[in-house]
Design a protein. Structure first.
Lengths: 149, 138
């Protein structure tokens, strides 16, 4: 695992190799969904479909299978690497954030996976605008919280 | 069976990629968004790797008449930029910044920090339901 621990000069906390490897896996996953099932691997849309919140043509069982796979994959990596670091915000903060993420992804028609990975790689104008927008407001939100909270 | 195996495999690889790339750690995601502080560029590598692979997949898709294990493609075809798209994405970014979580890592982290991740996911689903309820009455 030492290769995965390579750092970036000037950014001691960054994990570029692990990040790139993780990204390639995400890309392969989305590629399998596209070429295998003919669909976009957009997590917010699939979640809405699984829970019967959104319409859509994806079979609901298939949506559930994808959702179950997410923690399963994380569990596999956690057991292979001997545990994963994770630092979460307080429950109230998570609840407020979750509510906003749920509303925003339904209105915006996607999240980091659907717009950020699947749409951007297709040069979809909607996804380019969406991704630029949520990265910008995400940066602004963290800056404001760091300055005033 | 294939109808389930393809999404199950896709979701599992996706979750593994998120975990390997550090995206199940909200502190790391917030580190990427902390552009004016102690910036952590890791997420850019994750996004870059994923987009590169998917760009190749789109090239392959263009040559396929139908998917390997399904009857046909069901893909988004809209290109209009609407206030709803921009406003919704702006909101999503705010929530993403507050928690350092987006939908994928929220589900994946259910096995890493079950209670915290469940709070986020439950609230997210409630937000999705709220949109549906409001639009249902509009």
């Amino acid at each position: 695992m030492s290769l995965l621990a390579i750092s970036l000069p000037g950014f001691p906390d960054a994990a570029p190799v692990a990040g790139l490897a993780g990204g390639v896996l995400i890309g392969l996953s989305a590629a399998l969904m596209l070429l295998g099932a003919g669909r976009i691997a957009g997590v917010s849309g699939i979640a809405a479909r699984a829970f019967g919140i959104g319409a859509g043509s994806m079979p609901r069982l298939g949506a559930w299978a994808f959702l179950v796979g997410l923690p399963l994959g994380a569990l596999i990596v956690a057991s292979l690497t001997g545990g994963l670091e994770a630092s979460f915000a307080a429950p109230l903060q998570l609840a407020i954030a979750g509510l906003i993420v749920g509303i925003g992804t339904r209105l915006g028609g996607g999240c980091t996976s659907g717009h950020g990975v699947c749409g951007m790689s297709r040069l979809s104008q909607r996804s380019l605008v969406a991704t630029a927008t949520f990265i910008a407001t995400g940066i602004a939100t963290v800056a404001i919280m760091n300055a005033w909270l | 069976m294939r109808q389930l195996l393809v999404p199950l495999a896709s979701g599992t690889i996706f979750g593994a990629g998120l975990a390997l790339g550090g995206m199940t750690d909200p502190a790391r995601v917030r580190g990427f968004l902390d552009l004016f502080g102690a910036w952590d560029p890791t997420l850019a590598f994750v996004m870059g790797g994923a987009v590169l692979v998917m760009a190749a997949a789109w090239l392959v898709q263009g040559k396929l008449l139908r998917p390997w294990f399904a009857e046909g493609f069901a893909l988004p075809d809209r290109s209009d930029i609407t206030p709803r798209l921009v406003g919704g994405s702006a909101l999503f970014g705010v929530g993403w910044g507050i928690a350092g979580l987006c939908p994928g890592p929220g589900f994946a982290a259910l096995v890493i920090e079950p209670v915290s991740a469940a709070v986020f996911v439950a609230a997210m689903l409630a937000g999705m339901v709220a949109v549906r309820l409001i639009e249902g009455h509009a």
